[in-house]
Structure formats: structure tokens, C-alpha cells
Ligand binder design. Structure first.
Ligand SMILES: Cc1cc2nc3c(=O)[nH]c(=O)nc-3n(C[C@H](O)[C@H](O)[C@H](O)COP(=O)(O)OP(=O)(O)OC[C@H]3O[C@@H](n4cnc5c(N)ncnc54)[C@H](O)[C@@H]3O)c2cc1C
Length: 400
């Protein structure tokens, strides 16, 4: 990539200096100069310059024939041979994208003993299952996994690569993007093929106030991580066609890694995976004190649900981060979401507004949470929550 100031066009107006976030531009004798060590090629100066005096050229794009890239790959995240639920959501998205591009959908799985995962996929509308099996791949290692997937992308040239926006997907696909010198949109909420034939990657931006539509026109593959629970799981294949199984042996020189796994510690019971819960009872700053989270836990338990929280409650140290719902926490889509003492900031709504039924309890009748709630209770949640728990327990015959 190179950036250039066109001398004939630049009049030294200095607008680009204000636009540059890295302080890389100076104007001397009515001519802008760019310090390449500081420039991150963000393009702010290019779009700010009224005289079209700055250009960014991406050398790689001009040389590479992008038409050699074809097909959609979904990363088949698995743990001990069990596929992550997000994989089946990515199959829904991947199938639509592959059909729109008239190309194939493949699921690529790295690991060891993958027979169960590959068999499970055989019922789904996937054209190919690409298996990379080796004892060295039994445990997820971002360095090793990214090197292997990058190498396969160079050889097989998929047009689009998708992974779940899980801890695994986020940590490894970003490495693949860097190694392949291509773009990656993290945390997408929807994907589509535009009229230009490109992958349009849609995700909330600026605190959820706008939906950004991002394209990657010059490099391949086009890559995105996609949030869990924003796309429905794929139905099983209706035509009885089974995917072709392709076994690939990664090059042994790609197995090196600087990290070593010493031990796996099972997730403790108290840190429930709220992403998979059908019922979530969440507490916010309106809960007022850490001890009052016991009330939230009791209601959640009586409903067989999990405990969520707003960032304010997490930042106050009342509950661990693993419970945080929202833009910088988890995206959830339970059948029932009960928000207790939560105002309904856009960043919180970004993580829960697609829940089937939302009940809000807040003492402020104008709290924004009521705009997304199906049922609203105006009042003190410290009084209402125990009453609800009692009622639910009596209806279910459960003693708390
Ligand atoms: C970049 C960024 C990312 C963010 N990510 C997240 C995120 O992932 N998740 C998230 O939640 N937030 C996130 N936030 C923070 C967000 O903007 C809000 O500050 C936060 O959600 C507020 O939490 P809250 O609703 O618990 O607290 P508040 O906004 O303080 O609201 C407390 C509510 O409780 C009500 N209340 C008070 N006492 C009672 C009572 N006794 N009974 C009933 N109601 C009562 C009040 O009327 C009020 O509506 C993010 C912010 C930024 C800038």
C-alpha cells in the first residue's frame, strides 16, 4: 500500500492535518508531506482533501486476479469433536451467500478425531466438509490454526471466509486476515451479497447508533466474524444430498507454536453461559448493591434461567464480566429477558433487543428500556423482584 500527495493539486490548505488521527501530515511551503512511519493508511486525509490531492494505492490489488477466488468457507469451531452452535447459524448465512454467488459452501474443521463433527454436518446443506485432522490440532491454538487456515486459503482461494464472533473466532480469524493481507469485519450482525457482487458486512458502529455496511473490494478472501444468535440455525438438508468429505494434511512445518497449553479449567457453575439460556434475568445499577443480586439470582433460579447484567453492574464489581449483556458483552436472544433496574442504553439494547419477550422493571416510567419492552412494570425492583420470585415459585411448586 502506498500514499502519495499530488504536488500539482495540493495548495497546502492543511485540512488533512486536522483529519489525520496519527499526526502523520505536515504542510511546508504550501505542500503536504506524509510521514510514512506514522501513517496507518486509514484514508481520512483522502476523503477530507477537497482538491483530490492525496491518493492511496494498493499495489497488491492491481496485481492479483480476484476472479480466481470462489466459494464460501465457514470455520467449523469445535471442542472435543462437538461443533459450536454458531457453526449452524453460519451455515444459514453461508448457504445464502454461496447461492447468491453461484458457488460452493464448505465447512472447514481443524482438530483431531473429527468423525462425529463431520457426521453431524452430513445432514446440513453444505457442499463440502474440509477436515484437517492431526493430534497437534486437538486443542485450539490460535497461532497454529491461523497459520494452517492462511496456508489453505492461499492454495484453495475461497472468496469468503466466515467464523463465529466467539473468543476462538475473534482470536484466530484476525490473525488469518493479517497473514493474508486482507480485511476482516468483526462482530457482524448480518451479511448479504450486494449488487456489486461483494460481501456486504453489516455491524453496529458508533455505540450502536448506526449500522455500518462494510465491503472489502480489493483483497481476498472477504472475511467476517458473525455474532452468535443473530442468524437462525440452518435447517437440515431437504434433498438428502450429503456433503463431500475432503481430508487435507496440513504441512508439518505449520504446526509450530510459541504457546503451550498447561491445563484446561472447566467453567465454574456460577459463570453460566447466558448465550445459551432460554430465560435471562438481568440486573443493572438500579439493583443498588452487590448483595441485591441475590434477588436476581433467586428469580432466575425459579424460572430455570441465567443471570445477566448491565455494564454498570459489572463495572461496579457486583457481578463478573461473563454475565454482561450488550455491545461489549454478550449478545443474547432468550425466549424471556427480564431487565431489572436497567435504563436501556443503546449499548445494552444491542445485546438483548432481539429477545422473544422482554419484561422491564424500572422506577422511571420514561426509561428507554420501556421502548423495547413487551411488558413494563414501573416500580422499585427490590420490591417487585421478590414478589415475582414468590409467585413463580408458588405456580411451579418450587420452594426457594
Ligand atoms: C463503548 C461502550 C460500550 C458499552 N457496552 C455496554 C454493554 O455491553 N452493556 C451494557 O449494559 N452497557 C454498555 N455500555 C454502558 C451503557 O452506555 C450504560 O452506561 C449502561 O448500560 C447503564 O447500565 P444501567 O442501565 O445498569 O445503569 P443506569 O443507566 O444508571 O440505569 C439504572 C436504571 O435503574 C433505574 N433504577 C434505579 N433504582 C431503581 C429501583 N430501585 N428499581 C427499579 N429501577 C431502578 C433507574 O431509573 C435507571 O433507569 C457501554 C458504553 C460504551 C460507551
Amino acid at each position: 500500500m502506498s500514499i502519495r500527495v499530488i504536488e500539482d493539486k495540493c495548495n497546502g490548505c492543511a485540512l488533512c492535518i486536522k483529519a489525520c488521527p496519527t499526526g502523520a501530515i505536515e504542510v511546508n511551503e504550501k505542500l503536504a508531506t506524509i510521514e510514512l512511519d506514522k501513517c496507518n493508511f486509514c484514508g481520512s486525509c483522502v476523503s477530507t482533501c477537497r482538491f483530490r490531492a492525496i491518493t492511496i494505492e494498493i499495489e497488491k490489488q492491481a496485481k492479483e486476479d480476484l476472479s480466481q477466488y470462489s466459494g464460501v468457507w465457514v470455520f467449523g469451531e469445535q471442542w472435543r469433536g462437538e461443533l459450536a452452535p454458531v457453526v449452524f447459524e453460519l451455515i444459514t448465512a453461508g448457504r445464502e451467500l454461496a447461492d447468491a454467488r453461484k458457488s460452493e459452501l464448505s465447512v472447514i474443521i481443524l482438530g483431531d478425531n473429527l468423525a462425529r463433527a463431520s457426521e453431524e454436518l452430513s445432514d446440513y446443506p453444505v457442499d463440502k466438509v474440509i477436515l484437517c485432522e492431526a493430534p497437534e490440532l486437538a486443542d485450539y491454538d490460535p497461532e497454529r490454526y491461523s497459520r494452517i487456515v492462511s496456508d489453505l486459503c492461499r492454495d484453495l482461494k475461497p472468496e469468503i471466509v466466515l467464523a463465529g464472533a466467539t473468543t476462538t473466532g475473534r482470536s484466530f480469524l484476525s490473525r488469518v486476515a493479517v497473514q493474508l493481507y486482507t480485511g476482516l469485519t468483526a462482530d457482524c450482525t448480518s451479511l448479504k451479497i450486494g449488487e456489486d457482487g461483494l460481501l456486504h458486512q453489516i455491524r453496529p458502529a458508533f455505540g450502536g447508533n448506526i449500522m455500518a455496511e462494510i465491503v472489502c473490494p480489493y483483497t481476498r478472501p472477504q472475511m467476517a466474524t458473525v455474532r452468535h444468535k443473530v442468524i437462525p440455525m440452518s435447517p437440515k438438508s431437504s434433498n438428502g444430498r450429503r456433503p463431500e468429505i475432503v481430508k487435507l494434511d496440513p504441512k508439518p512445518q505449520l504446526f509450530g507454536s510459541r504457546s503451550k497449553i498447561l491445563e484446561f479449567i472447566e467453567q465454574m457453575e456460577s459463570t453460566v453461559n447466558i448465550v445459551d439460556a432460554d430465560v435471562i434475568v438481568s440486573g443493572g445499577r438500579g439493583i443498588q448493591a452487590p448483595d441485591n443480586f441475590a434477588l436476581i439470582e433467586e428469580l432466575a433460579r425459579s424460572l430455570g434461567g441465567a443471570v445477566g447484567a448491565s455494564r454498570a453492574a459489572v463495572d461496579a464489581g457486583w457481578i463478573p464480566y461473563s454475565h454482561q449483556v450488550g455491545q461489549t458483552g454478550k449478545t443474547v436472544c432468550p425466549k424471556l429477558y427480564i431487565a431489572c433496574g436497567i435504563s436501556g442504553a443503546v449499548q445494552h439494547l444491542a445485546g438483548m433487543s432481539s429477545s422473544d419477550t422482554i419484561i422491564a422493571i424500572n422506577k422511571d416510567p420514561n426509561a428507554p428500556i420501556f421502548q423495547v419492552a413487551d411488558f413494563g412494570l414501573v416500580g422499585d425492583c427490590l420490591e417487585i423482584v421478590p414478589l415475582l420470585t414468590k409467585k413463580v415459585a408458588s405456580l411451579r411448586g418450587v420452594r426457594n
